[in-house]
Design a protein around this ligand. Structure first.
Ligand SMILES: NC(=O)c1ccc[n+]([C@@H]2O[C@H](COP(=O)([O-])OP(=O)(O)OC[C@H]3O[C@@H](n4cnc5c(N)ncnc54)[C@H](OP(=O)(O)O)[C@@H]3O)[C@@H](O)[C@H]2O)c1
Length: 228
């Protein structure tokens, strides 16, 4: 058993989710910002990889006051639980997830994570979940999250985490906002990086659920299907 898992990302018309400098870029507009905020408010938990944490330092909080208070009435917290997939517990102690918002902060580490770093993060108020020897075992982590009561999980990147989740069959839905820009760059991250499949018979199949014109771009919703 695992939560219902949705990946959400904004990418350029050429499929890049950032530039080759791996800095945060604004790809979508105001309407998409509200959509993402609503999705966050409706999720039990939001997850990023440590690459995104170190590159963007996202707070992952719900920005709208109205959505925050509705969420708080419903579940006791204005923000979803915020989870970082971080094998070696490298999440900075002054990260915005600790400074902003409320609710649980969870750092998912592996057995090899230095004890001192774990203790420092716990001291900062984080809950530590350990899964896997060398890297975070995502399937194991998802089972644990479900057992803890997390039914819906929104994944907000990045490219490497997206690959692991999709290639391991751990994703149900993908929302991609495609912005009206070209970023280019062979070293710029795309929606899904990792090693990739060598053959299209291995490709993960998608079913197109909806296409919507939004801001200057387009929002696409896909469901994952078992095979192409
Ligand atoms: N446009 C958007 O919507 C959007 C959203 C998010 C991010 N981004 C961009 O994406 C870039 C970051 O992506 P990224 O690929 O470098 O990093 P990432 O996917 O955020 O994080 C990858 C890291 O997660 C850790 N990890 C632990 N267990 C893992 C597992 N089983 N599978 C995969 N990763 C695991 C690994 O580091 P350890 O081994 O140290 O744990 C790995 O290097 C940034 O440029 C950011 O701006 C864009």
């Amino acid at each position: 058993m695992r939560p219902h898992i949705t990946i959400n990302a904004a990418m350029s018309a050429d499929g890049k989710i950032s530039t080759h400098k791996r800095i945060q870029v604004r790809i979508s507009g105001d309407d998409d910002f509200i959509r993402v905020d609503t999705m966050r408010a409706n999720a039990d938990a939001v997850m990023v990889g440590i690459g995104t944490m170190l590159a963007d330092n996202p707070s992952l909080t719900v920005k709208s006051g109205e959505l925050r208070s509705k969420r708080k009435k419903r579940s006791g917290s204005g923000d979803p639980a915020r989870i970082v997939v971080d094998s070696m517990a490298r999440t900075p102690l002054d990260a915005d997830i600790f400074k902003k918002g409320e609710g649980e902060r969870i750092i998912a580490v592996c057995e090899k994570a230095p004890k001192g770093r774990i203790e420092a993060l716990q001291h900062r108020g984080a809950r530590i979940l350990t899964a896997g020897d060398q890297q975070v075992d995502l399937a194991g982590l998802m089972s644990e999250l479900k057992a803890l009561g997390f039914d819906t999980l929104m994944v907000e990147g990045g490219a490497t985490l997206n690959w692991s989740l999709i290639s391991q069959g751990l994703v149900d839905e993908i929302y991609t906002y495609i912005g009206a820009m070209v970023l280019g760059g062979e070293d710029a991250p795309t929606l899904v990086d990792g090693t990739g499949f060598g053959d299209n018979t291995d490709a993960v199949g998608l079913e197109l659920m909806s296409v919507e014109r939004m801001d200057d771009g387009v929002l696409i919703q896909w469901h994952i299907v078992e095979s192409v």
